[in-house]
Write a protein that binds this ligand. Structure first.
Ligand code: MG
Length: 373
């Protein structure tokens, strides 16, 4: 990855850590609820003793995409890590979240060798100057009571969020919730994420959503149904953002050609890591469409790596990545926090700019495995 090399050096060992951390509050969306975060942290060690960390941010159940923690653990243990240690080109199909954990750890280790941050590396690759701080979009899960929702939105605004996004389904109740937020804050940069739960049968709800002046409406229809997404996008004035539909550069190109959306959610966890996500952000910029860096309720490891993507000028909209304290009482790294103005500083240290705290890591670890070359 660094200049003059064929790619990151092959590690001498790879450690997998299955960590379990309670979320401060459950995150409910159209595809389910997550109350405890279980991720696989990956550490690679090079021959010179240098280390690098990455995170596979798959959810505990296969409800967002087909990947989930136990499956990612197995594919890393049985396929991806043995292939890497044996210098074999992996024949694994899919599993970008598992691959992201390994790719991030390799990039982290490689960049630490040359004392360069991932942020700087991504900026160099696109010949752009990354931002030093990024504004954020506070993502709020589905809540039962409107009053609780209004309290959450008020808190997010008070903490300096540049935008607020509500997780919704195409239900009357969620529409009423969104309307209440809009009525309370008429000029708020407000977005909504349907997580693929709507379709042409919900055109009435979609039309109602269209009247709320949303920044964008995310993933209205089933991820693979780009034709229906294009139909919906053509009927709405609100920009349609694509998240689950964007599984690769090729899929993003197809989606844009079909006009299935006009905003791309470039989510490092889902796309195979920060380098792949940065390439997709570059496609958005080249295509003249807006983009933002999505989050997956990452721990500090994944959050730091994703912030390097969020800092790219191609990410024109506020990132979904929030401060650690929004999600965890205690993160696995030093907490990543927003400043008084609500923006989050982009890591500038070598590699991804953070490392797990050893004691905290041990506290959270529920399984551990080391594979050697
Ligand atoms: Mg989404």
């Amino acid at each position: 990855m660094t200049e003059g090399s064929d790619g990151p050096p092959v590690p001498s060992e790879v450690e997998l850590r299955w960590v379990r951390m309670p979320l401060r509050a459950p995150m409910r969306s159209g595809h389910g609820a997550e109350s405890t975060r279980e991720v696989v942290l990956v550490r690679v060690q090079l021959d010179d003793g240098g280390n690098g960390w990455g995170e596979c941010s798959a959810l505990s159940r296969p409800t967002y995409t087909g990947e989930y923690t136990a499956g990612a653990w197995a594919v890393l243990r049985d396929e991806l890590v043995p292939d890497l240690l044996a210098r074999r080109r992996s024949s694994v199909v899919g599993h970008p979240m598992a691959a992201a954990g390994l790719a991030t750890a390799q990039a982290d280790a490689d960049l630490r060798r040359i004392d360069r941050s991932l942020t700087e590396q991504l900026g160099r690759a696109q010949r752009v100057v990354p931002a030093s701080h990024v504004p954020t979009c506070a993502v709020i899960g589905r809540l039962d009571r409107i009053d609780d929702l209004l309290d959450e939105v008020a808190a997010a605004i008070q903490q300096g969020a540049a935008a607020v996004k509500l997780k919704i389904t195409p239900s009357r109740r969620d529409l009423d919730h969104l309307r209440a937020v809009r009525a309370t804050w008429p000029t708020l940069a407000l977005a909504a994420d349907l997580n693929g739960t709507a379709g042409v049968a919900h055109i009435e709800v979609l039309t109602a959503l269209d009247s709320l002046g949303l920044l964008y409406l995310e993933q209205p229809v089933t991820p693979e149904d780009l034709v229906t997404s294009a139909l919906v996008a053509s009927r709405l004035g609100t920009p349609v953002a694509l998240d689950e539909s964007v599984t690769s550069l090729a899929m993003a190109e197809a989606a844009l050609r079909l006009a299935a959306g006009s905003v791309l959610n470039v989510k490092p966890a889902r796309l195979g890591g920060p380098l792949a996500a940065a390439r997709l952000a570059g496609l958005a910029a080249d295509s003249g469409v807006a983009a933002f860096c999505g989050g997956m309720l990452e721990t500090g490891v994944g959050r730091a790596a994703a912030l390097a993507v969020a800092a790219l000028p191609a990410c024109t909209l506020p990132t979904d990545l929030g401060p650690s304290s929004r999600y965890f009482a205690s993160d696995v790294t030093a907490p990543i926090e927003a400043g008084a103005d609500g923006t989050i500083p982009v890591p500038t240290g070598p590699g991804i700019g953070v490392v797990p705290d050893p004691d905290r890591l041990d506290e959270c670890t529920v399984d551990r495995l080391i594979l050697h070359r």
